[in-house]
Design a protein around this ligand. Structure first.
Ligand code: NAD
Ligand code: ZN
Length: 257
């Protein structure tokens, strides 16, 4: 990917003209922050199957095991993670008035750390836990971890406030995300394999409502060629840094002197 790449130029021109762009992000945008995705290469998950451990049935059967293997493992990685050039490039698009909202499937809080004001955490957040019985929500850092699984005052088992496989998306978040997808003029789809529903349908809704779809991923996905108007095959950090700079140049050239 170079700044003279015609695909990058097409994407930047679309972004520079956008008024209500929306981003949909997946685990790939956080890979350069040291957080491995569930799918694909990445040391942390090579020994265990996160798809199995991240299912609600696994948690219900053996919450202590899921805490030990999955939740504590993720928390250890998230503690050290900081936003990378991909998050920062996206934030620059918001600062320029191009990007309205980030819909993320990630639970790592890195878009908020980068500065975004409006982030929809489609799959919840690892920064909070909630009681699986009474629903009380509290900060992850306030949870005593001497005994696993940790328990609420009501004795219910606590769990991260994330959406596990087999669980529903919060209907208000789903509805708002679908409305944003239907109303945006550009959708940036960054670092998602576009295989987990219902998030995977958001670019399809945007496309059918007339939006220009820009995909950023080192690998092709089911959206490539079919839904995406432009696919930028590269890492989120590299592509978003170049894209933000190009959009900035295009928009400053447009300003009346
Ligand atoms: P996913 O289905 O979104 O797949 C990851 C995608 O990222 C792949 O298409 C891969 O080609 C792409 N990718 C890899 N490196 C990249 C890079 N440097 N730049 C851009 N794209 C890159 O995600 P998943 O890993 O299968 O996770 C499924 C769900 O699990 C997520 O939706 C999320 O809820 C949860 N999860 C969250 C995190 C996080 O919060 N960071 C990490 C892992 C999993
Ligand atoms: Zn409780």
């Amino acid at each position: 990917m170079t700044t003279s790449d015609p695909a990058l130029e097409r994407a930047a021109i679309a972004c520079a003209g956008a008024r209500k762009a929306v981003a949909l992000t997946g685990a790939g945008i956080s890979v350069e922050s040291g957080i491995p995705p569930f799918r694909g290469r990445g040391g942390l998950w090579e020994k265990i199957d996160p798809m199995k451990y991240a299912h609600v049935a696994a948690f219900e059967n053996d919450p202590a095991e899921v805490w030990k293997v999955l939740f504590l493992g993720i928390s250890h990685v998230l503690e050290k993670a900081r936003p990378n050039a991909g998050h920062q490039g996206l934030w620059r698009l918001e600062e320029m008035g191009v990007l309205q909202t980030v819909i993320t499937q990630n639970v790592d809080g890195l878009h908020q750390q980068a500065g975004h004001r409006d982030v929809i955490e489609f799959h919840g957040t690892h920064a909070f836990v909630r009681c699986s019985v009474c629903g009380r929500r509290s900060d992850w850092r306030s949870v005593p971890l001497e005994v696993i699984p940790p328990r609420c005052e009501c004795s219910g088992v606590l769990r991260p406030d994330v959406v596990l496989f087999g669980e529903m998306i919060d209907p208000r978040l789903l509805q708002r995300s679908q409305q944003l997808a239907a109303g945006c003029d550009v959708m940036l789809v960054i670092g998602t394999s576009a295989t987990v529903e219902p998030a995977a349908s958001l670019p399809v809704i945007a496309k059918h409502s007339g939006a220009f779809i820009i995909e950023v991923n080192p690998e092709p996905t089911p959206l490539t060629h079919r839904i995406s108007d432009v696919t930028l095959l590269g890492s989120a950090g590299e592509v978003m840094e170049q894209m933000a700079s190009m959009v900035q140049r295009l928009r400053s050239n447009r300003q009346p002197s």
